[in-house]
Design a protein around this ligand. Structure first.
Ligand SMILES: [Zn+2]
Length: 195
């Protein structure tokens, strides 16, 4: 539980965003690591949160460009100080990096996810087919076994002696199989199984 918490903290968004500002490569690795930690449940969350963070960082730059191009002023307090601040271009660059990385991640995630899902669907279809074939074969084997035991039953039935009373002279004969001849009067006798 504790180990899990530490792992999740390491690849949490605040950590990724802060480390990424200084060492982008580590942020990329941590963002990818999220897929290992969270698996299928957070497929699109990672790129979308990074994209939103990137766009937020790019917002001042976007406003600056819009105001310069369309000649308007929103009257934001300390605006000139904000865009003149030495950190402003750094944050803008970082925002660009985050947005581009997030879009790439989004596309790759989308493509890979569909590819993996397609593969796993194909695989489960194959497996289903295999199990259906097996079930069919098992059914056939079961039927054969049943037929065989039925045949054996019939054979056993034919070998068992039956007591049959002769309809002509009334003598009780023991015959194997279903037909025979009376020992006393030689007339044909037949065994009928009771139903
Ligand atoms: Zn008889």
């Amino acid at each position: 539980m504790r180990k899990n918490f530490i792992t999740k903290a390491i690849c949490s968004f605040p950590v990724i965003l802060i480390i990424g500002y200084f060492v982008p490569a580590i942020a990329v690795i941590l963002a990818l690591f999220r897929y290992v930690v969270y698996g299928k449940t957070h497929f699109y969350r990672t790129p979308i949160v990074l994209l939103v963070a990137g766009l937020l960082l790019l917002l001042p730059r976007g406003l600056e460009l819009a105001m310069a191009n369309f000649n308007f002023n929103l009257g934001i307090p300390y605006w000139s100080e904000i865009i003149a601040h030495p950190l402003y271009p750094k944050f803008t660059d970082y925002g660009k990096f985050l947005a581009i990385f997030a879009i790439i991640l989004l596309v790759v995630t989308y493509v890979l996810r569909n590819f993996i899902e397609g593969l796993s669907n194909k695989f489960s279809q194959l497996m289903n087919g295999y199990y259906q074939d097996r079930a069919k074969r098992d059914d056939e084997i079961e039927k054969e076994v049943k037929l065989e035991s039925k045949i054996k039953e019939i054979e056993a039935e034919q070998k068992t002696p039956h007591a049959v009373k002769c309809p002509h002279c009334g003598k009780t004969n023991h015959i194997t199989g279903t037909t025979g001849r009376c020992k006393a009067c030689r007339s044909a006798i037949e065994y009928r199984a009771k139903k």
